[in-house]
Design a protein around this ligand. Sequence first.
Ligand SMILES: [Zn+2]
Length: 268
Amino acid sequence: MIATGSFLAAAALILLLAPLVLTAGRWQVRHPRTALALWFSALFAGIGCAVASAVTALMCCVEVGEVHGTVEGLLLTIAGWLSLGVLAAVIALVSATAEPLADSWREAVGRFAPVAVSREHSDGVTLVWFGSDEPVACAVPSGEPEIFLSTALKEMLSGPQLRAVIEHERAHLRQHHGWAVRIAEINALCLPKRFPAGRALKRATLLLIELIADDAAARRAGAVHLANALATMGRTTADPGLELRADRLTLRRWKKPRSQRGAALARA
Ligand SMILES: [Zn+2]
């Protein structure tokens, strides 16, 4: 019983303290990969403690049953297994109902695919251009990954800026960010609304994956090109988030992008 209570208390502590600790200060913006890893470590530690408390409670029921005779023991054992079954059923139900939410990219495919004007293959990804006046880029993870790009991007960005935007979307696909968002959304649905941890993890995940993809694209295609692309898109869409991300990129020191380093070596 002591073990059950300890695991339950640890799960509750993680639930309450993780959002407080992980949102303190501004270090997450400088180290988004570390921040995302810590958020998900806290999530899995919390789930581990909750499962451990259920398992120890079940073992306790079996032990008490053995001491108190067969009928009572049988009832307690059944009750223990039923509680674990109910937990599994809730998780399965929430996962199933969360699917349309987590798969927000399905909605993107539904909207953009019918207005696609051309497709081209590029490094294992299909670039799908669709007609739109809005600057939109969106990665769709699937068996055959696609990056949807609006024709407005081609008109408003230079070649290097466009490449930086494509590298940003490529980073989402390469690092499986779709899964992180999906897990965060399921977690937010599982937790009662009065606990901020669920919404905080989802909000943090949505922001941190953008910063992580920005950093990856800046390293591959040049921070200045991505910053200029984000600033242009931010001005056009009046989205302050894009301009803040552009500012963040300009405030950091960057090594030369890999492509330019390769060219310099080739010239040497
Ligand atoms: Zn993104």
